[in-house]
Design a protein around this ligand. Structure first.
Ligand code: N01
Length: 552
């Protein structure tokens, strides 16, 4: 901890981040349960992901009517214009909720948490910010988001480029006008796939640098009708409740069955239907798409065939065909006219798979012996996902353990909610939870509710310190790894595996048992008195050998 003379402010809970998670934490813990909550937010306003990702074409890929809070007053009052709302509408919604819940008075904006140290003598966290503030709180809750720290590759000569370089995850607030410009986009994950068709419409020339071809399916986005909105609103409670029991926290297309038992002529027709109408439903055609190589190849080839039908230039189509990983094991992208964009005369695709980008120059980008000239460059190169935000904070737990060191071989967690060695710290949608594979709003609501219930339990029982037990955490980590090992997920060099960031350990970061099952596990832990957590009352101090003292 660095030396500082500022007198600390005292709170019950400090929350890091004021996106969807942080706002709900403030509302639930402050307004619902009466805790003194202070949130620290790096941005100048609320919104998190949706505050920073303002790139052209940014929109959600779970249906907006469910990619939103289940607060009944709000869901009855707010009306979504499209099936998948665009970033400005989502941010408008977030601001609407922020006003309604009056969350801003509990948030310090334009402020980053730099360090957090657990004071073992007083059982509280001492939090430091880049503005020199010190805060003390019994509980520290990370609402830092899974995709909040941009991953920016450093190419030689980058600083010499004469034009602007924009990362999709830190897009300028006032937008960027590419009219008449020669623009490069590096990266073809979801952010590249959403922005490329929109930038292509504006720019004079667009060059896309692709290292790995990504599977993407049409979003089939469209305006919602009044009738659709009415029906959803009338049935919200039952629809939200049913979604809690699904694999991904949202009601979607059901699988036809396993690949072996399904008639493949019918399956082909069903894929065709899903391609036209359901977005992410394509990979759910078989219940074993992510387990069986044959099932996966059938779906993968269906999408490759589509690419060849859509893209007119056979060489470009060939480059766009994904062959490096099974479909769905990297996040499936949803697009609006992505493959069609390569039929435009002002768009070209450059593969940097065999010959990587060599360097930037004042004029542009050199690949092999060719210099491409640009007025602006867009980095759609992704995020240091799931763990990146927390590892950048100097978090020191019991016995001066550092979180970044504890996670050096891969993120560990009990239930994705707590980390051994870091008492009174909770992670909303943390590593080892299913959150990144779900409608994240459902996961956020579940975690916030679970944490709120747990804080009430701790208050009632007079417990001043709680910590994930080492054995319980090891069991959970093993279960997460074992489930992943039974699937095709580890075959992809994805951010799910941490592989997109150089040097990051290759560990699967999510629980694959499904959201419904995960919720049931968390509910049972709560109902049984929180086994797997070590509890300390003022006269009972925890040591590393205290596993047997778990209260239940
Ligand atoms: O990031 P990514 P993203 N040279 O990591 C390439 C969510 N999201 O921001 O695959 C050349 O997927 C990299 O290549 P490779 C969603 O969960 C949701 O697009 O590593 N290329 C890849 O093509 C998503 O999964 C929405 O070989 C380089 C790209 O950059 C997650 O965010 C919209 C490179 C990065 O793709 C991340 O998506 C947007 C280099 N040196 C995002 N370094 C919605 O629809 C990296 N790349 C809601």
């Amino acid at each position: 901890m660095s030396e500082t003379t500022t007198a600390p402010t005292r709170h019950d809970v400090v929350v890091i981040g004021a996106g969807f998670s942080g706002m709900l934490l403030i509302h639930r813990l402050r307004d619902g349960l009466g805790y003194d909550v202070k949130a620290i937010e790096r941005g100048e306003d609320v919104g998190g992901t949706w505050f920073w990702n303002r790139y052209p074409g940014a929109r959600c890929d779970f249906e907006s009517e469910f990619y939103s809070y289940s607060d009944n007053e709000i869901q009855q009052e707010w009306s979504w214009s499209e099936r998948y709302a665009a970033q400005p509408e989502i941010l408008e919604y977030i601001n609407f909720v922020a006003d309604r819940w009056d969350v801003r008075r509990s948030i310090d904006f334009d402020t980053s948490v730099t360090a957090a140290t657990f004071d073992e003598g007083r059982n509280l966290w001492v939090v430091e910010t880049d503005r020199g503030a010190r805060l003390e709180a019994r509980y520290l809750i990370a609402a830092t988001g899974n995709l909040s720290v941009p991953s920016e590759p450093t190419f030689p000569g980058m600083e010499s480029f004469a034009g602007p370089i924009h990362h999709t995850g830190r897009w300028p607030k006032d937008g960027v006008d590419f009219t008449g410009q020669r623009v490069a986009v590096i990266g073809t994950g979801s952010s590249g796939i959403q922005s490329i068709p929109v930038i292509a419409e504006q720019a004079a020339e667009l060059t896309v640098f692709q290292r790995t071809a990504t599977f993407t399916v049409p979003a089939a986005n469209r305006p919602l009708t009044d009738r659709e909105r009415q029906v959803t609103k009338a049935n919200y409670p039952v629809l939200r409740e049913a979604a809690k029991h699904t694999r991904a926290g949202i009601l979607g297309e059901q699988p036809m069955g396993s690949f072996a038992e399904v008639d493949l002529v019918l399956a082909r027709g069903e894929l065709e239907r899903r391609w036209r109408t359901t977005g992410l439903g394509v990979t759910a055609t078989f219940n074993d798409t992510l387990v069986s190589e044959e099932a996966n190849e059938f779906v993968s080839q269906f999408v490759r065939d589509k690419i060849n039908q859509i893209v007119e230039d056979p060489a470009t189509a060939k480059l766009l065909e994904p062959h490096d990983y099974p479909i769905g094991t990297k996040r499936l992208a949803l697009d609006t006219g992505y493959y069609e964009t390569y039929n435009r005369p002002n768009v070209r695709l450059v593969s940097v798979r065999q010959t990587p980008i060599d360097r930037f120059t004042p004029r542009g980008i050199v690949v092999g012996d060719h210099e491409y000239e640009f007025d602006a460059i867009v980095l759609a190169t992704g995020f240091d996902a799931v763990t990146g935000a927390l590892e950048r904070i100097d978090i020191e737990g019991r016995g001066a353990a550092k979180l970044a060191e504890a996670w050096a071989e891969g993120a560990t967690s009990y239930l994705g909610l707590a980390v051994h060695g870091f008492p009174n710290l909770f992670t909303v949608t943390g590593p080892g939870s299913p959150a990144i594979l779900t409608n994240v709003l459902a996961s956020i609501e579940h975690h916030v509710e679970w944490i709120a219930d747990y804080l009430e339990f701790l208050r009632r029982e007079g417990i001043v310190r709680t910590e994930a037990d080492a054995a319980a955490q090891a069991g959970w980590v093993e279960q997460v790894a074992e489930l992943a090992g039974h699937t095709l997920y580890p075959k992809a060099a994805s951010w799910y595996m941490g592989v997109n960031v150089p040097g990051k350990p290759r560990v699967f970061l999510a629980y694959l048992g499904g959201f419904g099952t995960y919720r049931a596990i968390c509910s049972k832990v709560a109902a049984d008195g929180y086994p797997g957590f070590l509890h300390t009352t003022p006269t009972h101090e925890v040591t590393d050998h205290d596993s047997e003292r778990v209260t239940s």
